[in-house]
Write a protein that binds this ligand. Structure first.
Ligand code: ADP
Ligand code: MG
Length: 722
């Protein structure tokens, strides 16, 4: 392959148009129907009503909806929009939209632009084509989209088409959640209620509402588009199923935070410009560890908004890439033996005045609050590590979790030395002394001191406290962060309630009661605390001794969603009913099966229609050469090199052919199993390992077949030529 036309074209592409150099602050959010725009465009009382609705102090009425719809339509049309769409997040993990034109016929040959409050508030896409996990039979497949007022409507441009997108929840006719947004919204309510109760108990009477905040650090790869289109595995499954490692990988550690190449920084500039227009606070960008791997991280936002924005970030990574003749790869492990991509999900809780509940305070009281929330979270992870693991389970993420660059499937918590010591002291009933200047001595003997700046870092931990937030690092790069966030919210809600009950039951002096309860709690939950290297074999053994779950594959991990523990928890907190959760379990199992089967088909096509023909052509060349040499130089002339290569390639082709046939036969034999869970397990245990073996043969062949004949772009080309 070597350099492609678009490699070459891109080298001439970037010229700064000075006329267009506008400060970000001028155009930031210009494509969103933001609070600022609403304030400008809506009558005062309507705006106020809308704010009350957002703060859940009032419910929406149709008159208000009509006024907002009219203003929204005028605003969108002025921006060139011809259509509106309810934008939602079905269980496919991607976003969906159905466009309706504003233009409405009035008589023959005449239209007017119309958009009613009813159209704004509710839509009715045909739900039968979205995964529902058996919640509804097809004949009653009605689903509704319902306007989510808390996330601003936005303008989406694609080519020359412009659409007004309205963020919505997607629910069934009977009110069941069919999407990723609804459970998150419900979980926000749950954690708010539990956190407010706890704060009240601790004497904080002001706080009315608590919300979770999220900051997802998104990793991705960029490769030249021409390479991408030459690989059906990348195009159809997102991952290369074959490919030998490049001579140089990431061992020189020269990529991470390295200077960004021109083609890439131009891309990043365009990407950010698009995101800024959508009011998405993209903040940092840098090269990641692997060649051609990058990261973009936003400033954190309220959870619901952060989830919507992350979906848009993922979409925009791909759409802007096309304009630069690049392909954005969001898969968790696009290149075997090269670092995969994750999404560090930073999570915290904030009160309604914007105080982060995980910031150690400088008043003794704030520190009690901090420690209670900290212990509640650790306790939640201890109890429900299996649910967190399940929340990130997917066929793609299995390739990454537990590889030596990503957290293992064991979910432990990193707190850093100082906090670990504080918890150990509380457990032992001793008072921590100030140890250095950064640590605030609170001067209250019964309350431990907490450093304000905990800069400890442990990159290997799947759930790490990083100063004022937790970072859940097991999330995959292509996954929606919604369910992980909803799961954290829910388990923390339960844990807070549990502590609230216990502290109340203890009675007496509140500080004393808190410490007595924390002491007992810490004793129980400490097996989940681990500050060491999570990538080692020793930790795996140690974690097993501590009884921590270690579900290595998706079919096993997903089972955590249908235990009584999980079903009762999500139902109790009204995040997902048992029916909803069971259906989600099924959707994920089915997705696992489909993802694997798509890869098998790609692998088969690549082996039979690309690899074996290339090898055969090369064998023909070799045979011709050997015969020719002998003819010219005499039959006894040694052709050792050519003959060895010929034999090796013949052996590999036979192995590839046999393995391909075996894999297909395995898939066939599994296809008769009706129990989807069992089917997924069989595919995982029987087919996946065989696919890895097959890959080894193909990769060995790649290293000996004539480079000119090899039909697929190679890793070194894809990862190093930009
Ligand atoms: P790193 O983890 O690489 O050191 P940063 O400290 O810059 O990175 O933070 C990473 C992400 O954490 C950013 O997206 C940031 O907005 C987010 N973050 C910071 N504070 C919070 C918070 N209170 N809640 C949720 N996310 C947060
Ligand atoms: Mg991070």
């Amino acid at each position: 392959m070597k350099k492609t036309n678009s490699n070459i074209a891109s080298e001439r592409n970037y010229q700064i148009d000075k006329e267009k150099c506008v400060p970000v602050s001028v155009y930031y959010g210009e494509d969103t129907f933001s609070y600022k725009v609403m304030k400008e465009k809506l009558p005062k009382d309507t705006y106020k009503k809308l704010m009350d609705i957002i703060n859940e102090e009032k419910t929406l009425d149709i008159e208000t909806a009509n006024i907002v719809a009219h203003a929204m339509k005028e605003w969108a049309i002025a921006k060139g929009a011809t259509h509106f769409a309810h934008w939602f997040q079905p269980m496919t993990g991607m976003t969906a939209e159905k466009h309706d034109s504003f233009a409405d016929p009035v008589g023959v040959g005449e239209v007017v632009e119309k958009f009613s409050g009813k159209q704004l508030v509710q839509g009715e896409p045909d739900a039968s084509s979205f995964p529902s996990g058996g919640i509804r039979a097809t004949f009653e497949a009605r689903g509704y989209t319902a306007w989510d007022i808390s996330s601003p409507a936005f303008i989406r441009r694609s080519g020359i088409s412009t659409t007004l997108c309205i963020p919505t929840a997607f629910i069934s006719y009977t009110g069941e959640a069919l999407d990723k947004k609804t459970p998150l919204l419900r979980s926000n309510k749950a954690v708010s209620k539990s956190a407010v109760n706890m704060l009240k108990l601790l004497g904080n009477k002001k706080v009315k509402k608590v919300f979770s905040t999220l900051g997802p650090e998104q990793e991705y790869f960029l490769i030249d588009m021409d390479y991408f289109y030459k690989r059906q595995d990348l195009l159809l499954g997102g991952r290369t199923v074959v490919g030998a490692p490049p001579a140089k990988g990431q061992e020189l550690e020269d990529q991470y935070f390295g200077s960004i190449k021109e083609r890439i920084s131009s891309y990043m500039h365009d990407l950010e410009e698009e995101l800024f227009k959508l009011g998405i606070p993209a903040k940092t960008r840098h090269n990641e560890v692997a060649p051609s791997q990058f990261e973009i991280a936003p400033v954190f936002e309220e959870a619901n908004l952060a989830v919507d924005h992350n979906q848009l970030v993922m979409d925009t990574i791909k759409s802007v890439a096309k304009k630069h003749c690049l392909a954005g790869l969001l898969h968790e492990k696009p290149f075997a033996r090269i670092n995969g991509s994750g999404k560090h999900l930073n999570w915290s809780l904030s009160d309604d005045s914007g105080n982060n509940l995980l910031t150690p305070g400088d008043k003794p009281h704030d520190n009690i609050q901090f420690l209670v929330f900290l212990v509640a979270i650790v306790s939640a992870v201890y109890k429900h590590a299996d649910i967190l693991r399940a929340s990130v389970a997917s066929y793609a993420n299995d390739h990454r979790l537990g590889a030596n660059e990503a957290p293992p499937a064991i979910i432990s918590v990193f707190l850093g030395d100082q906090l670990t010591k504080i918890l150990a002291d509380i457990e032992a009933g001793v008072v921590t002394k100030a140890t250095n200047d950064e640590i605030i001595d609170l001067g209250v003997t019964s309350i431990p001191v907490v450093s304000k700046d905990n800069t400890d870092r442990n990159r290997t931990s799947p759930f790490a406290f990083t100063g004022n937030k937790f970072e859940f690092r097991a999330v995959g790069s292509s996954q929606s962060i919604s369910f992980s966030a909803a799961a954290i919210n829910t388990i923390v809600a339960e844990s807070l309630d549990d502590l609230t009950e216990k502290i109340k039951a203890k009675g007496g002096n509140i500080n004393q009661a808190v410490f007595d309860i924390l002491k007992a709690e810490i004793k129980k939950i400490k097996p989940v605390l681990f500050n060491g290297d999570n990538y080692t074999k020793e930790w795996e053994a140690e974690a097993a001794k501590r009884g921590l779950p270690n579900a290595k594959t998706t079919p096993v991990a997903l089972k955590a969603l249908i235990t009584d523990k999980a079903l009762n928890l999500f139902e109790k907190y009204e995040v997902l009913s048992k029916v909803e959760l069971k259906s989600r379990y099924l959707i994920h199992v089915e997705k696992y099966i489909k993802d694997l089967e798509i890869e098998v088909k790609c692998l088969k096509n690549i082996c039979l229609s690309q690899i074996i023909p290339a090898a055969t052509a090369y064998q023909k060349d070799l045979t011709g050469a050997i015969n020719g040499i002998k003819e010219v130089l005499g039959g006894k002339t040694a052709c050792t090199g050519q003959q060895d290569i010929l034999k090796t390639s013949l052996d590999l082709v036979n192995k590839i052919y046999t393995a391909t046939k075996e894999i297909l036969a395995q898939v066939d034999s599994v296809s008769v199993i009706h129990d989807e869970a069992k089917k997924a397990e069989m595919l995982c245990s029987k087919v996946k390992t065989r696919m890895d073996e097959l890959r080894e043969y193909v990769d060995a062949l790649e290293e000996i077949v004539d480079d000119e004949l090899w039909p697929l772009p190679k890793f070194w080309e894809m990862l190093f030529i930009s």
